[in-house]
Design a protein around this ligand. Structure first.
Ligand code: SF4
Ligand code: SF4
Length: 179
């Protein structure tokens, strides 16, 4: 069914770069929380947040691991901040084939921030950031309700009874070829 609305929670971490002092506590707790077993070790290389640091300029920029991408971008970006040019793609959130960031050091598997799913107090990097550079926020948003598998089955059933199973099968086959 279309047109139905439902409410979803959008989770955000606001990053106040001016407050970050580069202590890397966020990287430590993130890697410990995701260690197997939990809290058995910590290794910032396994963290889903990393802090790009330039102590000489007092610039520290936390970046969260985002989506995994199979192919690298066709283009590249470069930032210049306070006169310093940073590496290509330095602030990109993707786990991508062109670089080692946001990958498990041993397996190479992609890492992605999961907002510390299952942790009652919310994201641990936020809790551990004593400088209050990371601010967690939640808001509700109305979105189109997605069709459930049951909805889809009912829809297909009524189409099949209207047009016949063979006709429906041929139409779906044609559609999948076009896609
Ligand atoms: S814990 Fe906070 S202050 Fe420390 S590096 Fe992370 S974001 Fe910056
Ligand atoms: S929210 Fe949790 S998973 Fe995401 S970077 Fe922070 S500590 Fe890691």
């Amino acid at each position: 069914m279309t047109g139905e609305k439902k409410t979803k929670i959008v989770k955000t971490i606001r990053i106040d770069v001016d407050k970050c002092n580069g202590c890397r506590a966020c990287e430590v707790i993130c890697s410990a929380f995701h260690a197997e077993p939990k809290y058995s070790s910590n290794n910032p290389a396994r963290s889903r947040i990393r802090v790009i640091r330039d102590p000489l300029r007092d610039i520290y920029i936390p970046v969260y691991a985002g989506e995994y991408t199979v192919a690298e971008c066709a283009g590249r970006d470069k930032y210049i901040i306070d006169g310093k040019e940073y590496d290509e793609c330095a602030f990109c959130r993707a786990s991508c084939p062109s670089r080692d960031e946001f990958k498990e050091p041993d397996s190479g598997l992609p890492l992605k921030c999961d907002m510390c799913e299952g942790e009652e107090g919310g994201p641990l990097c936020v809790q551990w950031c004593l400088a209050e550079a990371l601010i967690y926020e939640e808001r509700e948003e109305e979105v189109e309700a997605e069709e459930t598998p049951e909805d889809l089955e009912i829809g297909l059933e009524s189409l099949a009874s209207k047009y016949g199973l063979q006709e429906l099968r041929e139409t779906l086959a044609r559609m999948s070829q076009k896609g």
